[in-house]
Design a protein around this ligand. Structure first.
Ligand code: C2E
Ligand code: CA
Ligand code: CA
Ligand code: CA
Length: 242
């Protein structure tokens, strides 16, 4: 197996403790080394490999989260869905089977789909997401804010979490959070009663500004990079030791 799942902590911005992870697939290429999804996801999608690879990542991540939950009750795992997975009529059954086989509590699983995927066919997305939600899982809109044109449709989707796109976090260069695009996006999230998670937090200033805007959770190199499961186990052990 040349594929691996790496995990990036999602932290509580107040205590800066990892409350969950996002699963991110990697390809350990025999010649080219460790490849990030940008180098192969599109190809895998074209070759029709993504539904299978995505399902493998889901199974791997859920099984791993069950292990982490032994010492970290309520620990969450976020898993990305591809466009082909979202349009597969088997998706809900497959996710249900993974939850049953691994024993992960459904509300510990957050399925991420990009805003642009969700808005391609709003009626169909609403149907698929509602079906997934009958399992008890939660849904996150990824890269939130990048598909602004269809904002008015947001209320039509059964979404729980929005991941504030890293471009808006990167733009937080001022000394005050007020007036930033991130502030506006957070305001929209609240209006729709969605829990925001800021992506791509790279420095303490961004973390401070997000805290001022009452964004509860964040993810980014400032806290930790994506890492293999064993490394994350070490991080969680050090975290519970205080
Ligand atoms: P994404 O879902 O938006 O994931 C976040 C990406 O931002 C990850 O890139 C992560 O390594 C990177 N990142 C995290 N913190 C920072 C930061 O502070 N600054 C910057 N500049 N970047 C940061 P990665 O791992 O290369 O993944 C790229 C994309 O590939 C993901 O974007 C996601 O759309 C897709 N992807 C990854 N794993 C899977 C998977 O298992 N299935 C599917 N369908 N897509 C996946
Ligand atoms: Ca994601
Ligand atoms: Ca994202
Ligand atoms: Ca992205």
């Amino acid at each position: 197996m040349q594929f691996e799942v790496h995990y990036q902590p999602i932290v509580d911005l107040n205590g800066e403790l990892a409350v969950g992870v996002e699963a991110l697939v990697r390809w350990r290429h025999p010649v080219r080394g460790l490849l990030a999804p940008g180098d192969f996801i599109e190809l895998a999608e074209t070759l029709g490999l993504m539904p299978g690879l995505g399902l493998w990542v889901l199974r791997e991540a859920c099984a791993q989260a069950v292990v982490w939950q032994q010492d970290n009750p309520g620990f969450k795992v976020n898993v990305n869905l591809s466009a082909t997975q979202l349009s597969s009529p088997e998706l809900t059954d497959e996710v249900g089977a993974v939850l049953a086989d691994t024993g992960l509590p459904p509300n510990s699983l957050v399925l991420e789909l990009t805003e642009s995927m969700a808005l391609t066919d709003l009626t169909e997305s609403a149907r698929v997401l509602s079906s997934l939600k009958t399992l008890g899982v939660r849904i996150a809109l990824d890269d939130f804010g990048t598909g602004f044109s269809s904002l008015s449709h947001l209320g039509a989707l059964p979404v729980d979490v929005v991941k504030i796109d890293k471009s808006f976090v990167a733009a937080m260069r001022e000394t005050t959070a007020t007036g930033s695009v991130a502030e506006a996006v957070l305001h929209i999230a609240r209006t729709f009663n969605l829990a925001p998670v800021a992506e791509g937090v790279e420095d303490e200033m961004q973390a401070t500004l997000l805290r001022e805007l009452a964004c509860a959770e964040a993810q980014g190199y400032h806290f930790a990079r994506p890492m293999p499961a064993a490394e994350l186990t070490g991080l969680l052990t050090r975290q519970s030791a205080g």
